[in-house]
Design a protein around this ligand. Structure first.
Ligand code: PLP
Length: 436
């Protein structure tokens, strides 16, 4: 076990560092559906790590692919050079995207994917002779990572307030959460008209000033906010009508989380770009990507003078270890039919989660695919404390859940079994009964 002073150097991300270091929770190993803590306890993974280990932990096929690639070529630049794996992987990713979104720009994280997509949108509008289109539109309660672009279009005050003026020329749609839709299974019935916020922004600024809109088709990190029936369709129509590029941030929703390769496929709404990360490589090697429509790609690339067409990229774009991990990951998803598996499990999952209705503190339950948001009534004068304590308690009882505000979010690996779902819900029900 570590002494506390050994924990001082690592300034942990999105963590209450002082609290954590006084009472650390340390993971040592992982396999399939479980973590093992440094003191040897098994913890059932209710969150696929951080919404990312969709095929389960330390899968042999992925481990072997990384090992082999590390011994063959550790790194190869992709600026003015290339290596076959990155091209193979881009082709395979493109095949899983909605038709036409098969040009792939690689990054190393979701945050970088978001910033890349915003920059590609601006560059595209300029290539189209629409250089006045510089405004970017996000949504309240949106989470798009932590780059300056991502926090500017994002809608979480704590992620924004300490960081100055951010990007200028950004507006936000209202979020889609409505307590009137509490306890709905799947997409809530009312709220499609919230998409008309875009029409109001167009009326205010003029469509010729707006480059792009970015939304999570289902918002995960901010507590599982589901798109009302018809909302995404309406947003798509407005964007098309006004020449605005529509970006879906699918860092969480892609690769089977909603029972399909993408949320775009599930909701049958095709954006112009999709940001990816997390499940892209099963999180075994960090990687992100932007799937871009051919129209956008071609307008930027064909429209540019000779030479580099887009002055953007990362040293590690298309990194060989990440590409190797990604190819093996996509093989696993395909061979084990994991997206279909998630879809088949969805009714069982939904019933299990909704069995928590009526339990102490529970004021809403939201489910879609293999995702659940369990919203707790905030403790009077102590917002967010109850869910955080539940997270602690569950961890001590051998279950990893995620607390965001007063919401418990669940997103298990897609290999979860029915009995493991029962185990998760059982532990949560038990803890809800005892927590203050
Ligand atoms: N976009 C969405 C929708 C996310 O959920 C996340 C992370 O949770 C990100 C972007 C940022 O990804 P990363 O943490 O890999 O930068």
């Amino acid at each position: 076990m570590f002494h506390n002073d050994q924990l001082a150097a690592f300034w942990m991300p999105f963590t209450a560092n002082r609290g954590f270091k006084a009472e650390p929770r340390l993971l040592a190993a992982a396999k399939d559906m479980h973590y093992t803590t440094t003191d040897g306890r098994a913890v059932l993974d209710g969150t696929a790590g951080l919404w990312c280990v969709n095929a389960g932990h330390c899968r042999e096929l992925i481990v072997a692919a990384i090992r082999e690639q590390a011994g063959k070529m550790d790194f190869g630049p992709t600026f003015q050079l290339g290596h076959p794996l990155a091209f193979d992987f881009a082709n395979r990713v493109g095949e899983l995207m909605p038709a036409g979104l098969d040009r792939v720009f690689f990054t190393n994280s979701g945050s970088e994917a978001v910033d890349s997509a915003l920059k590609i949108a601006l560059a595209c509008q300029r290539s189209r002779g629409q250089g006045t289109r510089t405004r970017l539109i996000g949504r309240e309660r949106g989470y798009h990572g932590t780059g300056f672009g991502g926090i500017s279009v994002g809608g979480l005050v704590n992620n924004r307030r300490a960081f100055g003026t951010l990007l200028t020329g950004v507006d936000h749609l209202r979020h889609t959460h409505d307590v009137a839709n509490a306890f709905s299974r799947g997409q809530p019935a009312s709220g499609a008209d919230l998409a008309d916020d875009l029409e109001r922004i167009v009326a205010l600024h003029g469509s010729e000033t707006i480059a792009a809109v970015i939304v999570e088709p289902m918002a995960g990190s901010t507590g599982v906010l589901l798109p009302p029936v018809g909302y995404l369709e309406r947003l798509r129509e407005s964007c098309t009508r006004h020449g605005i590029i529509l970006i879906f941030d699918e860092v969480i929703t892609a690769f089977g989380r909603l029972g399909t390769a993408t949320a775009a496929e599930r909701f049958k709404v095709v954006p112009d770009m999709i940001t990816l990360a997390k499940g892209l490589t099963n999180a075994a090697v960090p990687m992100g990507a932007v799937a871009v429509s051919r129209a956008i790609h071609d307008d930027v690339v064909e429209g540019a003078p000779d030479g580099i067409e887009l002055f953007h990229g990362y040293t590690y774009s298309g990194h060989p270890l990440a590409a190797a991990a990604g190819l093996a990951t996509l093989d696993l998803y395909r061979d084990e039919h994991l997206f279909d598996r998630a879809l088949e499990l969805e009714p069982y999952w939904t019933d299990a989660i909704h069995s928590l209705r009526g339990h102490r503190h529970v004021i809403d339950l939201r489910t879609l695919g293999l995702v659940a948001g369990i919203e707790l009534e905030p403790r009077s004068g102590e917002p967010n404390k109850r869910a955080f304590e539940l997270f602690h308690d569950c961890f001590d009882r051998g279950l990893l859940v995620r607390a965001t505000g007063d919401i418990i979010a669940l997103s298990p690996p897609l290999i979860v079994t029915r009995s493991q779902i029962d185990e998760m819900v059982g532990i949560i029900a038990d803890r809800l009964a005892t927590i203050d």
